[in-house]
Each structure stands twice: as C-alpha cells, then as structure tokens.
Write a protein that binds this ligand. Structure first.
Ligand SMILES: Nc1ncnc2c1ncn2[C@@H]1O[C@H](COP(=O)(O)OP(=O)(O)O)[C@@H](O)[C@H]1O
Ligand SMILES: [Mg+2]
Length: 240
C-alpha cells in the first residue's frame, strides 16, 4: 500500500501538523478583514513539495472549520487525486474547454452544474477536490486561453479557501497564468534542493506579472540534526 501523505489528517499531533497549524494561523491573519481566499502554490522545480504542502495545508484549514477547495492545475502530472485516493476521470482539464472568451450568466449556470459533478468530496471533512482531469493534448494553451477569473469568481462564492496546486514556475509557464488572478502566490522551496538564484528568478517572474508573494514556504528541512529536525520539519516564513 502506498504511504499516506496526508500527515495532518493521519497524525494530527505530529510536529508536521503543528507547523501546518502555524502556517494556517499566519495565512488566516493575512486574510483578515478582506475578501482574499484564493492562493496558489508553486516552486522553481519539481519535487520541492507543492502538492504535499497543498494537501496538508488544505486539511489544516479544514480542521479549523474552513470549507476548502483544492484545484489541481498541474495538468501534466497532477496527483492530488492520488493523494486523496479519488478518481481523475474528469476534472479541470475538461472544464477548461468550456471556459473560453467572454462568458454570460447563462454560461455561468452551465459551468456551475458541471462543477457540481467535477468537484469531489474527499474522506477529509471540508476538503473538496477539483482534480487535474485527463492529460490534455495542449496543457499550457488550454490554461492560457481559459477564462480563469470567471471560474474563480464562481468558486469564491462557494468556498472559504481555494488552494491551487501548479507545476514548477521556472520550467513551465502555467503557474504564471495564475499569478495575477489569485490573491496570493506562495513559493515552496526545499532547503535541500532549491537553488537560491533560481528561487529569486521565479519570485521576480511572478512579481513581474503582478503576483503578490507574501512569503516563502521552506520545506524539507535537512535531516542532519535529527533532534532539530523533529522540531522543525517544516518552516513557514511569511513576510508581510
Ligand atoms: N516535508 C515533507 N516531508 C515528507 N515528504 C515530503 C515532504 N515534502 C514533499 N514530500 C514528498 O516528496 C515528494 C515530492 O513532493 P511533491 O509534493 O509531489 O512535489 P511537487 O508537487 O513540488 O513536485 C512526494 O513523494 C512527497 O510526498
Ligand atoms: Mg506537484
């Protein structure tokens, strides 16, 4: 059996869950007194933990009573459905086809109907998933030409928090598509793997298209000092 990745659900008393609670507190503080509710996680490279952090952050916020939607926008290698053991027969990729150009209220109703089919609940109360869907022929073009704002505006009405999981920003431009459509972008960096220069370039690229980055999530902190490690498995740096 595959190892569970939803640590915050399975081991709520673990140090990992504790650091997600801290991140949650900071995030909700950032959201206070305004309408912000959509964030997007990306990183410079693959394997730095975007999908893992997305899933666990979503669970942590759901445990606090928030109704949370995860959108898996990694149309090539989406794996949120695997993390939550759900189907990926349909999802974001086949929704995007109907999200082109200027859309009317009537279109909105149709899309809302589609969303009720495509958004799945998970075994974790309050966590919902719009999985990536079948891998399309032209992922970047599909995302780039879709009316993402329209979709997000429909979803904002329904959820307290929306977290978008993306491919790495420095390799594929998909993450940049979301930068100016969400309230905040978070960069996930691995303290083992991420090169500082690449991280800074990614940050600049996001900011150059109008993305707001309130902080960087430092993941996969070194295991060298075992004791330290268990205390600070994750660290969230939110600079306002
Ligand atoms: N802090 C962490 N502790 C344990 N495993 C982690 C952690 N962060 C990521 N992983 C694991 O590392 C692998 C890559 O993470 P993933 O979230 O898929 O990266 P990305 O989405 O950025 O490509 C996965 O197997 C995930 O479970
Ligand atoms: Mg991923």
């Amino acid at each position: 059996m595959e190892k569970s990745e939803i640590i915050v659900n399975d081991f709520p008393r673990s140090p990992v869950s504790e650091s997600f609670r801290l991140f949650r507190t900071n995030l909700l503080y950032l959201f206070e007194n305004n309408e912000s509710k959509v964030i997007c996680l990306t990183s410079s490279n693959a394997g730095e933990g975007k999908s893992w952090v997305t899933a666990n952050l979503a669970i942590s916020c759901a445990q606090y009573g928030k109704k949370v939607l995860i959108i898996d926008a990694d149309l090539r290698k989406g794996r949120q459905h695997r993390i939550f053991k759900k189907s990926n027969r349909t999802g974001l990729s086949d929704l995007l086809k109907n999200l082109r150009g200027a859309l009317t209220e009537e279109d909105g109703q149709k899309i809302e109907e589609e969303l009720t089919v495509k958004i799945q609940d998970t075994d974790v109360p309050n966590v919902y998933l719009l999985s990536s869907g079948p891998v399309p022929f032209n992922p970047s073009e599909l995302l780039g030409t879709a009316n993402i704002e329209f979709l997000l505006n429909l979803l904002r009405k329904e959820f307290d928090l929306i977290i978008i999981d993306t491919p790495p920003a420095s390799i594929i431009t998909d993450a940049l598509i979301f930068a100016n459509k969400v309230d905040y972008m978070f960069l996930v960096a691995s303290s083992r793997k991420t090169k500082k220069e690449l991280l800074l370039n990614t940050k600049k690229a996001i900011e150059s298209v109008g993305g707001k980055i309130p902080g960087i999530i430092l993941n996969q902190i070194s295991t060298e000092r075992r004791k330290e490690y268990s205390k600070s498995y994750q660290k969230y740096v939110i600079e306002k």
